[in-house]
Design a protein around this ligand. Structure first.
Ligand SMILES: CC(C)(COP(=O)(O)OP(=O)(O)OC[C@H]1O[C@@H](n2cnc3c(N)ncnc32)[C@H](O)[C@@H]1OP(=O)(O)O)[C@@H](O)C(=O)NCCC(=O)NCCS
Length: 249
């Protein structure tokens, strides 16, 4: 169950999520107004969130996870409360190019707009591409797609001539923000043929058409599928680093 706390100067959120890991994870999020920082509110908030996550699991195994900028107060706080580093992320960004990009379509592959295709096969495809998780069951997929910031018109799906789904890029845009690439996935048997590059460039073209000035994404530093080098080759540059810390019980 989702739980939240709001005070005049702070808020905390506990978001439980299914996973293919050994146990479900609860994602913790929160913020303290700058005028009220360094008074112990953040520590109280994170402690409250961890207690709620523990309560939610009713004694069964689980994890509580926090993702924070490397070296930030939230990172230090999570360490002080005993959370262990689980993974690191590179935050990448690029300005949307103003000139049109060449989209070289791999042989027998076409790219379609996300708002013009059948969404039913996408969940299974995404889970197969991210076989190390996080696994999206039907309700997590509903959350993933229903969020108002997921933009199907900017997202793209790649198909082989026969109709086989081979790749997809999912794009979010929060009001007043740059676009955010939530994920870019290509079926294992279709990799290293330029499918991801075609999907990414097609989305960059759509962002340009919509006048969206920039695009960001986070890439796991232990991603071994070559995603980071692909993004760098396509003009993305590192702007920061994030750390995910977890308490496991
Ligand atoms: C990361 C991922 C999306 C890349 O997909 P892809 O379709 O293989 O990507 P591309 O083919 O466009 O580019 C990958 C590499 O293949 C090379 N390549 C492209 N066409 C090629 C071809 N015809 N022959 C040989 N190599 C080729 C590219 O130059 C690139 O090389 P580089 O890694 O040295 O830059 C894919 O591996 C994947 O789905 N991984 C799991 C999910 C994931 O981690 N996603 C990213 C985080 S959201």
């Amino acid at each position: 169950m989702w739980q939240s706390f709001t005070g005049g100067a702070s808020y905390g959120l506990v978001l439980p999520s299914p996973s293919v890991d050994t146990a479900p994870a609860s994602f913790l999020a929160g913020q303290v107004h700058p005028d009220f920082q360094r008074r112990g509110i953040g520590r109280a908030l994170m402690t409250w969130e961890i207690d709620r996550a523990l309560e939610d699991r009713k004694g069964r195994p689980g994890t509580a996870e926090v993702t924070a900028p490397e070296g930030s107060a939230a990172h230090r706080l999570a360490c002080n409360l005993g959370l262990q580093e689980k993974r690191r992320w590179r935050q990448l960004h690029r300005t949307v190019p103003q000139n049109s990009l060449q989209v070289l379509m791999p042989h027998r592959v076409r790219v379609a707009r996300g708002d013009e295709v059948d969404h039913d096969p996408l969940r299974e495809h995404r889970n197969r591409c991210f076989h190390h998780g996080p696994y999206l069951d039907a309700s997590a997929w509903a959350e993933f797609t229903r969020g108002s910031d997921l933009r199907w018109d900017l997202s793209r799906v790649a198909y082989e001539e026969s109709g086989e789904l081979v790749g997809a890029i999912y794009v979010r845009v929060a009001p007043g923000h740059d676009a955010y690439i939530d994920s870019l996935v290509v079926s294992p048997e279709w990799r290293r043929r330029g499918v991801a590059t075609a999907l990414l460039r097609s989305t960059l073209g759509a962002l340009q058409d919509q006048g969206i000035p920039g695009v960001a994404l986070d890439v796991n530093t232990s991603n071994t599928s070559g995603a980071a080098s692909l993004y760098e080759r396509e003009g993305f540059r590192q702007t920061g680093a994030l750390v995910t810390l977890a308490l496991t019980w």
